[in-house]
Design a protein around this ligand. Structure first.
Ligand SMILES: *Cc1c(COP(=O)(O)O)cnc(C)c1O
Length: 456
């Protein structure tokens, strides 16, 4: 056996079934060739996202019966707050209904119109809130991150020279903050090294610029540090997580990822003034600062999920599951982004479909065809996700044109992953038959969620 067996056993099941090919052709057409618009019951294995698709433990489910649904001062918030403070080391916790709500609050309280926010690549909702509050987002990730073929460790690192140059050019006072994502979703789930976090903090401290983490996948990032960064082999995941956050002024967290729940999030801060401002906004957008859009039971499950996520056996199994799928595809010569990241395998759609130009939306075309051939749902992370330039109205054509196979936490077995790999390998044998797509409906904001397409 070349992989670790599941560190859990199954207590409750959910049945899934595969529609016929004829039915799948009909369903993807009805969905406007957008995998987001498929109905869940028409999907056999759902790798759209690892967001909120986590399987909870018996302990989390049991804790939900102890939900304290008081409008204010819920005991579950006390537990969540203490857990987050203890694990991450921040002074203040503002609960939100999910990660993007924390991004909204952070952007509201830190950005003055006309300023810049620099970060390692971008994330869709993060950039949306930054831009909505009048700042320009500047990508200062190292060049390797934009190169699907470059197989180097800690590909999510910020390029310190780029950051220094930006500070010089724009002036420190015009930089609202640095947004450091750990790991970098759109670069392929690539981690950031502890050394890079330390260096970014030192540079920013010198210039009085705040550093906020997008902490969504911080446990995955910690696993890579333990595995690959010198000096961390014998340090626990919990200690690594704590050290990572010691180099930040706060973070936004999507509980739907590394907190092992289906909904929830928070904003964490060290600065009291910012905390007070965030509390003023949270009541307008989310709810009282003691629930922020979550129920008491949600907060309870999240506090327990955060503790479970720190267990080495859990995170090792997760990362190695992703790696198993990636290595199986790679062994069949399928172009994937390397190194294989923390939460997903990313197919390199430019090389999978060399007969399509980027205008023909190769990643969107590949994602829809994978569903049609296998009943597996994946997601486009390429031109459609990147959107258009606000001023020129031209499409952004990102260097990375990918289809993401995202593995939900504690949900699928190795047999499911074999099914996925075999289906994609079979499609690769007839890849020239993948047809390009064009928009028939294009929303102005975050278009990938609800856009519709047709074959060219
Ligand atoms: C999911 C995600 C978010 C947004 O969180 P939601 O809970 O979906 O609102 C932000 N950043 C990254 C890197 C994410 O993966």
């Amino acid at each position: 056996m070349n992989y670790p067996a599941e560190p859990y056993r199954i207590k409750s099941i959910e049945s899934i079934s595969l529609l016929s090919r004829e039915e799948r052709i009909k369903k993807i057409h009805q969905a406007g060739y957008n995998t987001f618009l498929l109905s869940s019951q028409d999907i056999y294995i759902d790798l759209l996202t690892d967001s909120g698709t986590n399987a909870m433990s018996d302990k989390q489910w049991a804790s939900m019966m102890t939900g304290d649904e008081a409008y204010s001062g819920s005991q579950n918030f006390e537990l969540l707050k203490k857990t987050a403070q203890h694990l991450f080391g921040f002074k203040y916790i503002v609960p939100t209904h999910q990660g993007r709500a924390a991004e909204n609050l952070l952007s509201l309280i830190t950005i003055k119109p006309g300023q810049y926010v620099a970060g390692n690549m971008y994330f869709t909702t993060t950039r949306f809130h930054i831009e909505k509050n009048g700042a320009t987002f500047i990508d200062v990730i190292n060049d390797d991150a934009h190169d699907a073929m470059s197989n180097v460790p800690f590909k999510g690192n910020i390029d310190l020279d780029k950051l220094k140059q930006l500070i010089e050019e724009k002036g420190a006072e015009n930089i609202a903050y640095i947004c450091l994502a750990i790991t970098v979703n759109l670069a392929g789930g690539q981690p950031v090294s502890m050394q890079n976090m330390r260096d970014v903090k030192a540079l920013c401290e010198k210039h009085h610029i705040r550093v906020f983490y997008d902490a969504t996948r911080c446990v995955e990032n910690a696993y890579f540090i333990k595995e690959q960064e010198a000096g961390y082999q014998d340090v626990s995941i919990k200690e690594i997580v704590h050290e990572m956050f010691s180099y930040a002024d706060g973070c936004t967290m999507s509980g739907k990822k590394d907190c092992l729940v289906n909904i929830g999030g928070f904003l964490a801060l060290n600065n009291q003034q910012l905390f007070e401002q965030a509390c003023e906004w949270v009541v307008a957008y989310e709810g009282m600062p003691s629930y922020g859009g979550m129920t008491g039971r949600d907060m309870s499950a999240m506090a327990i999920g955060m503790q479970e996520a720190m267990q080495f056996e859990y995170i090792q199994h997760r990362i190695l599951q992703v790696r198993y799928l990636g290595n199986k595809l790679k062994a069949a010569n399928i172009p994937i982004i390397e190194p294989i990241g923390g939460h997903a395998v990313f197919l390199d759609a430019k090389h999978f479909c060399p007969h399509l130009t980027q205008e023909q939306l190769p990643a969107q075309s590949l994602a829809t065809r994978i569903y049609l051939e296998t009943g597996v749902r994946t997601i486009e992370r390429g031109t459609v996700s990147a959107g258009r330039d606000k001023i020129t109205k031209k499409n952004y054509f990102p260097k990375l044109e990918t289809v993401r196979l995202t593995i939900p936490r504690r949900v699928y077995t190795y047999a499911h992953l074999d099914f996925v790999a075999d289906g994609i390998i079979a499609l690769y044998q007839q890849k020239e038959t993948i047809q390009g797509l064009k928009f028939t409906y294009e929303p102005k904001q975050l278009r990938f969620f609800t856009a519709r397409f047709a074959y060219i």
